[in-house]
Design a protein around this ligand. Structure first.
Ligand code: M6R
Length: 616
């Protein structure tokens, strides 16, 4: 939920502070309440931190002017204590010799803090993090070396952490450790070592990386990494991985064109990412599918946008012969299922693979009830991939905008591929039919291209509706996945209040809110729900609602009764219609983007949000 970046090098000419600041900026999507940097300079720690975004704090080059040998930085999404300078990371021990940055939440910090206060220590912040440097100091004072002191400290801590530690008197050494919060290490052998909350943060600097596992600690020296198992104490031999991702992800440029926002650039990546998703050879898709088919009970879970991708995926998998599946938001999973039946399978979806609620649901199902876990994940090597029996990797690549869009589109596409494989394995549909559905799925990427070519038409609608305060997003069946996603996008980046409802359900209460000009967005594909949806549109229209509909290009009836339409250029056949959930969602994501931009907001970093929610 916060971003961590550290750097240690023997190339003394490197602008250390600037590189740390730039690394933090690449992680700002993880939190942007405050930021800070600590640098070890000739046996002293120089610390600068403040509330606000990095660019504002560094306006006069405040961070870049810092000098020293090595250091670390942090960009915060506040959990314990308001976002002010004091609560910003890094935090120091009482003697200003040890600096720590932390991502995660310590569950027993109150207890530890009280213990430390009774032993004469004092604290400057409200954070849980500050107990780390203070505890480390105690262990160092008792005669331990730095690594042993960090191990002793984390052994006392309950909860989640990714931490970086440095000591003013321990030159050229940083310690990192993790439990349930991500931490990756980058290396230019013999020269420089980086640590960061995710790989894209150091991608412009190196492609060679190590991913730290839970209960591991690493000692970082310039261009050198040594990893240890915290529980067993032994050294772990691990080969670095080479990261293939493009570093373009870190810039707002696509095909030579500079975009104002990452969100807009990433929307323009959607068609190619969907195309890659359909064509990517997923080696273990059959094991993934068989695990679903062999289970007696199947659950599907995720958070936010990923949960809406689950709703679409569930519909498609069941439609193509898969079992009935129970969808549960992962934050509700444990509370909804105090017991799980034997032989259960949990399908889960996540962009980051680090969402704490998702990890909790998966670990609960797996460790307590022996459920099999099938995950659809974007970030290779993320925590979720480690808790899963089978993983399908999505092809979205790094997604910088906090609000998810290409991740949703590739997740739904990946689950549609699974659905078609289910049909093949079940053998109840002819191969010719399945191939036609697959061709239609591939064609959704071309539909996306055309939608983008005509995005000005969506922009015009977005500008008209952007000042409205309240919205309904209504659909039926599969379209509900688009209605939920459209409403979430509009509220999270444009701050319009938007509620998604099953269209038929809207007359059981919500319709009371409708008055003249109230905007109601209908997702209206020409599928089996179409005629009944028209009835729901008429109910709203006759009460004065302004009707905005997402319709097929060839649509006439809904178009006639709508005030505005967002048009989807799908072919008029049952295959294209059945596979059109991404094309019918995409215009709503684009509309939300343009509404946000028109309202003068920052669609990349919406207030109070962070890309990866690593707290429960
Ligand atoms: O990384 P994940 O896919 O697990 O994240 C899940 C949600 O937190 C995420 O989709 C969130 O709802 C975004 N703000 C949606 O735009």
């Amino acid at each position: 939920m916060c971003g961590i970046f550290g750097l240690i090098t023997n190339k003394k000419e490197l602008p250390i502070a600037k590189l740390i600041r730039e690394g933090l900026e690449r992680l700002e999507y993880r939190g942007y309440d405050s930021a800070g940097i600590a640098i070890v300079n000739k046996g002293k720690i120089e610390l600068r931190k403040n509330a606000g975004r990095i660019a504002d704090i560094n306006k006069e080059g405040w961070f870049d002017a810092m000098e020293g040998d090595f250091g670390m930085g942090h960009t915060r999404w506040a959990t314990h204590g308001p976002p002010n300078a004091q609560n910003s990371h890094p935090h120091l021990d009482g003697a200003d010799k040890i600096a720590v940055v932390h991502n995660g939440i310590l569950e027993n910090f109150m207890e530890l803090r009280e213990e430390l206060i009774t032993r004469g220590h004092s604290f400057k912040s409200d954070t849980d993090t500050e107990v780390f440097p203070v505890l480390i100091k105690e262990f160092l004072d008792s005669g331990m070396a730095l690594k042993e002191a960090v191990v002793a400290t984390i052994n006392k801590c309950k909860g989640a952490y990714g931490i970086v530690v440095c000591h003013a008197d321990t030159p050229d050494t940083m310690i990192v450790a993790r439990k349930e919060s991500p931490l990756t290490i980058g290396i230019t052998p013999g020269e420089t070592t980086y640590c960061a909350s995710d790989i894209p943060a150091f991608l412009p600097l190196t492609r060679m990386a190590y991913i730290l596992d839970d209960d591991e600690i690493a000692v970082l020296n310039p261009g050198k990494v040594a990893i240890f198992d915290v529980i067993k104490g032994n050294k772990i031999e691990r080969e670095p991985i080479t990261v293939e991702w493009s570093i373009d992800a870190a810039a707002k440029v696509l095909d030579g064109k500079e975009y104002k926002w990452f969100m807009h650039k990433e929307l323009h990546e959607v068609p190619r990412k969907v195309r890659e998703q359909v064509n990517v050879p997923q080696e273990n898709i059959d094991d993934f599918v068989k695990t679903i088919l062999d289970a007696e009970h199947v659950y599907i879970t995720a958070a936010g946008t990923a949960f809406y991708a689950c709703l679409a995926g569930k519909f498609q998998m069941t439609r193509f012969g898969g079992p009935f599946m129970t969808p549960i938001e992962c934050s509700e999973f444990k509370d909804h299922l105090p017991k799980m039946p034997k032989n259960s399978c949990v399908i889960t979806v996540s962009q980051s693979g680090e969402t704490a609620d998702t990890i909790e649901a998966v670990r609960y199902a797996r460790e307590k009830f022996g459920a099999k876990i099938c995950s659809v994940v974007n970030v290779v090597g993320s925590s979720l991939t480690r808790y899963s029996d089978h993983v399908l990797i999505t092809t979205a690549g790094p997604e910088i905008a906090v609000a998810s869009q290409k991740a949703y589109c590739t997740q739904v596409t990946a689950l549609s591929v699974v659905a078609l494989r289910i049909a093949e394995i079940q053998g109840k549909m002819s191969q010719e039919e399945i191939d036609k559905y697959r061709e239609a799925l591939i064609a959704t990427a071309d539909v996306g291209d055309v939608i983008l070519k005509r995005e000005d038409a969506i922009k015009a609608v977005a500008q008209i509706i952007s000042k409205k305060i309240n919205f309904f997003f209504l659909g039926r069946g599969l379209s509900m996945a688009a209605a939920y996603e459209g409403a979430l996008k509009l509220k999270e980046i444009s701050y319009n209040h938007a509620e998604a409802y099953p269209a038929g359900e809207s007359k059981h209460g919500p319709i009371a809110l409708i008055n003249e000009g109230y905007p109601v967005v209908f997702v209206a594909p020409p599928d089996e729900t179409y005629d009944r949806l028209i009835g729901n549109i008429m109910e709203m229209k006759s009460r004065g609602a302004t009707i905005i509909s997402v319709v097929a290009d060839f649509d006439e009836r809904v178009t006639e009764i709508s005030d505005y339409t967002l048009r989807v250029p799908i072919e008029n056949n049952k295959y294209a219609i059945a596979m059109s959930i991404v094309p019918f969602t995409f215009p709503l994501q684009i509309m939300a983007y343009f509404a946000s931009d028109h309202n003068g907001l920052d669609p990349d970093k919406p207030r109070n949000l962070a890309k990866s929610v690593t707290v429960k």
